[in-house]
Write a protein that binds this ligand. Structure first.
Ligand code: DX5
Ligand code: ZN
Length: 223
């Protein structure tokens, strides 16, 4: 499968969502990544249901909702109703992760689990078979524009090995500090989805940057 690009609109100018949606379409975004932060699980507050609804109204691409909130089980149905196609909760925020994953699946959305940089991929061993997506955080969640943590590459590799060894089907997505320069290493390690925020929206030409990020090759070979 060719990899997918999921731009994170956290770093975009949300005063004009229609314009952001138009840029995403022009740049060829495969998914749209929406970072919901509650100021408790992470030391920052971003946006919630109304912004997800607004993107649903203006763009016809899968909405990839990343919940950086405590007790996400309280809001899963609401985010699905708002238009989420996949809902990702944090391993570190869920006491009954298996139940929460099935709660997501029961809404018809794809179920994802995110892991912070300090959380080993091996802790997912007993839930991997139930998942549609694993989100490897390559920065500590909470802010856009942070530096990629190099150890993430090893985690992606290990996760891919775990998937291959058991012939599982979950998607590997990577989030944080990705740009045109390190994206190839992330893909070569086994990522299927690149989540990119400031690497797109803080660039001079976000549309061109999205196109470049969708067209990566190693030694002339398409990734
Ligand atoms: C970080 C968020 C990311 C963020 C990525 O907490 O989960 O999705 O928007 O932004 P960059 O690409 O700027 O690191
Ligand atoms: Zn995110």
């Amino acid at each position: 499968m060719k990899y997918l690009l999921s731009p994170s609109v956290l770093s975009a100018d949300l005063s004009n969502i229609q314009e952001v949606a138009a840029m995403l379409r022009e740049g060829g975004a495969d998914w749209v990544h929406l970072d919901v932060m509650d100021g408790v699980f992470v030391p920052n507050i971003s946006f919630g249901l109304p912004i997800v609804r607004a993107f649903r109204k203006h763009i016809n691409r899968p909405l990839d909702v990343h919940l950086m909130i405590v007790e996400p089980e309280k809001y899963i149905e609401a985010f699905r109703q708002a238009g989420a196609d996949s809902i990702t909760v944090h391993y570190e925020a869920c006491v009954h992760l298996h139940r929460t994953v099935h709660q997501i699946k029961n809404t018809g959305a794809r179920a994802g689990v995110a892991i912070n940089p300090h959380t080993p991929v091996t802790l997912l061993e007993d839930i991997l078979g139930e998942l549609d997506l694993v989100l490897v955080m390559s920065v500590n969640p909470g802010f856009g524009g942070q530096r990629f943590i190099p150890h993430s590459i090893e985690k992606i590799r290990k996760l891919k090995q775990m998937r291959d060894a058991r012939s599982l089907g979950f998607t590997i997505s990577v989030d944080g500090g990705i740009d045109e320069h390190n994206a190839k290493d992330v893909l070569a390690a086994g990522a299927d989805v690149l989540v990119v925020g400031s690497g797109i929206f803080h660039q001079e030409d976000p549309v061109l940057t999205m196109r470049l990020l969708k067209d990566l090759r190693i030694d002339g070979v398409w990734l």
